[in-house]
Unconditional design. Sequence first.
Length: 102
Amino acid sequence: MFNTSIFTLNKISHDSVEIIAEENVFAYAVINPNNSVTVKFPGSDSNSRGCITHRTFDSNADALDEIARVWDLIIAAERNAFHALCARKAMLPVISMTGTAQ
């Protein structure tokens, strides 16, 4: 669910909004002529002009919920990677000042 304590919306044109998370642009929402909303993420490839089109939704609420869902997936992946890294470091032998492994 979209959480206003995490995200800030900034209108950047009559039909576009940038979604800010942790002081960085996380996504864009573009309102189409038929009132559907296309979610885009910053990225780069030769055809995207700096944005990757994710999906189009029938409502603003659905688009914002999808942005929140993607954010949650990324945060969960980062936490899992951090915990895995910490677990690997915990298994490394501790080298004392004399240079012997314990």
